[in-house]
Design a protein around this ligand. Structure first.
Ligand SMILES: Cc1cc2nc3c(=O)[nH]c(=O)nc-3n(C[C@H](O)[C@H](O)[C@H](O)COP(=O)(O)OP(=O)(O)OC[C@H]3O[C@@H](n4cnc5c(N)ncnc54)[C@H](O)[C@@H]3O)c2cc1C
Length: 553
């Protein structure tokens, strides 16, 4: 048995593990990523990538490639047992100003995984496929994992930190004895990628997702980049005679034959559509569960290993990718000696409440979509769905819908590494996602996201409508403070004439906004209280030693 030493072992190369690894690679961390499978997943599985995920992929320069491979979905139509009831835009004109990616991207999971895996290969840190974790023991000097290669040979990997990204039946979670609390829905999850013919009057406009509700179940439909349709939904158990698996996992336990699927569409959903060919079908059990902890000592859980969601809103994979990014940059900065361990404590304190909130939201959405209660269904069919179109004309309702599905609502105001400041009443506040906007630079107009991308921290120095008379010396003091830290912090001036960006950030006086490598604001203050910024930085980051070279971004 060979002995391998590494700083970080990532177990599992699904979307969540790939995200952690991709971020670690960018920071030059010494890590290994292993997966029991012989390559990325082949099925399409999760097929909607949301706004916040695209913004995070952009930080790895992968969003453009994802968008080129996917299809933009921006309208939802609701039908009640085949009868069109209403429609609404996922992203309206106002919301479109708040992100470079104003849509949900239809992209099959294998495409998302391929993008991330190719990215790792291009950084010369490829996934070790066909390597399964068999045992994990935690010791003072680091965790020791025993893995088995496809040829049966075992290796031992000693790692300072381990990331359990090994899915619903996580061996890492079991090794830590962490329970997965929650339950399993009575309905059966249904997925199919198919060639479908819709009658002329029923045709789906490109970029439209149709949700067809019925008693105790629903099916959704949208066009995939391949020209096929993705059908997803939940069907009552009595529709299928397939024996449901008993494992807590979203793995498919059976397929549906095309004649059965056609019968369900005709008789149960009243969906006027002819199936020509199915490329993939899956029936799976739908769970709503959350691990008791996302961290024990130096071992972390991300993605499905930490939480399992109903398919309502397609949030599961997106949440896992979000976990991966959140943990990735923190682990990287601690592993490379640039940040204190406090930063790692913030992973669970930030992501656990988010996972719980997404579970609550998707459970409510799922219950509404699948209610078998006749009265609730009557109310939904005769009042609820009829109100959709008028209600979604209200700006506040449209804004709420956008926030919910896009995951742009995610914020960390109470995080251990957010400098919460009760004096700050406006928006954005510390812990919020840094707002999108543009500013003029020496090289022309640039988006804040482009300017504040990459692996560095960024400090936006808003000069305010009335800049300080001693602006040059203030600027020098800021630069000298941030240069004292091991992490690169890039300072960007936002001059008084950049009124649009001042308004977007709610700035009325000279201000400083510190933006983390995942695009969240961790500190807001004024340039005349630099000692507050210094205390915040000292709390999280390590000071540069005399003679240390500045780190490249
Ligand atoms: C049939 C199906 C349909 C789905 N449909 C949707 C959908 O429509 N929308 C949605 O949002 N989500 C959907 N999901 C869920 C979505 O696929 C997951 O949320 C997402 O894949 C989670 O990513 P992950 O990386 O956390 O876990 P996974 O994708 O499960 O990846 C875990 C990885 O760990 C590896 N692994 C496991 N054990 C070991 C071990 N001992 N050693 C080494 N490697 C190991 C596995 O091989 C796997 O590659 C679906 C899932 C399934 C199975």
């Amino acid at each position: 048995m060979s002995e391998i030493q590494t700083d970080v072992l990532v177990v599992g190369a699904g979307p969540s593990g790939l995200a952690v690894a991709a971020v670690l690679a960018r920071y030059g961390v010494d890590f290994q990523v292993v997966d029991a499978k012989s390559g990325p997943v082949e099925q399409s599985r999760a097929a909607l990538v949301h706004v916040r995920t695209l913004e995070l992929l952009d930080r790895l320069d992968l969003a453009e490639a994802a968008v080129a491979r996917g299809v933009k979905v921006n309208t939802v139509e609701i039908a009640e047992r085949g009868r069109q009831a209403g429609s609404f835009p996922l992203v309206d004109r106002e919301a479109a100003q708040t992100t470079p990616y104003p849509y949900a991207l239809g992209l099959e999971q294998h495409q998302t995984e391929h993008l991330l895996a190719e990215h790792l290969t291009s950084w010369r840190r490829p996934v070790k496929w066909g390597v399964a974790l068999e045992a994990l023991t935690v010791r003072v000097e680091g965790a020791r994992a025993v893995v088995r290669r496809e040829d049966g040979v075992q290796d031992a990997i000693t790692a300072r930190w381990v990331v359990g990204a090994d899915g619903a039946r996580s061996r890492v979670r079991h090794a830590l004895g962490i329970g997965l609390r929650g339950g399993t829905f009575g309905q059966t999850g249904l997925l199919a990628d198919l060639d479908l013919e819709l009658p002329h009057r029923e045709e789906l406009r490109p970029g439209t997702l149709r949700l067809n509700l019925t008693r105790g179940g629903f099916v959704g439909l949208f066009a995939l980049p391949s020209g096929r349709y993705r059908l997803f939904g939940a069907v009552p158990p009595n529709l299928t005679t397939a024996q449901r698996g008993t494992q807590v996992s979203h793995e498919a336990y059976a397929e549906v034959t095309p004649p059965d699927l056609q019968r369900w569409l005709d008789e149960y959903f009243a969906l006027d559509a002819r199936i020509h060919h199915t490329t993939w079908t899956a029936l799976y059990r739908i769970h709503s569960r959350c691990a008791e902890h996302f961290r024990t000592g130096d071992i972390f859980l991300v993605g499905d290993a930490a939480h399992l969601h109903s398919p309502a809103g397609g949030q599961g994979m997106n949440l896992g990718l979000g976990d991966g990014f959140n943990l990735g940059w923190k682990l990287a900065l601690v592993a490379t000696g640039q940040a204190h361990e406090t930063l790692l404590d913030s992973y669970e304190s930030e992501r656990y409440p988010i996972a719980r909130a997404v579970l609550r939201g998707s459970d409510r959405g799922f219950a509404l979509e699948t209610t078998p209660n006749p009265l609730a269904r009557w109310l939904r069919a005769n009042i609820g769905t009829r109100l959709i179109t008028p209600l979604t004309r209200l700006r506040s309702v449209r804004a709420a819908i956008f926030k919910l599905f896009s995951q742009t609502w995610i914020r960390y105001p109470h995080s251990l590494v957010t400098a919460n400041d009760k004096r700050h009443r406006g928006r954005p506040r510390p812990g919020d996602r840094a707002p999108f906007g543009h500013l003029d630079t020496a090289h022309g107009k640039a988006s804040v996201f482009d300017l504040c991308g990459g692996t560095a921290h960024h400090l936006l120095f808003f000069h305010g409508p009335t800049p300080s008379p001693d602006l040059p010396s203030v600027r020098t003091a800021i630069q000298s403070l941030v240069s004292a830290y091991a992490i690169p912090i890039e300072v960007h001036d936002v001059s008084a004439d950049q009124t649009g960006l001042h308004a977007r950030y709610g700035v009325t006086a000279p201000s400083l906004f510190l933006i983390r490598p995942d695009g969240y604001i961790s500190y807001i203050g004024t340039p005349d209280e630099l000692q507050r910024l210094e205390a915040h930085l000292d709390h999280i980051y390590v000071r540069r030693q005399r003679g240390d070279p500045a780190r490249p971004n």
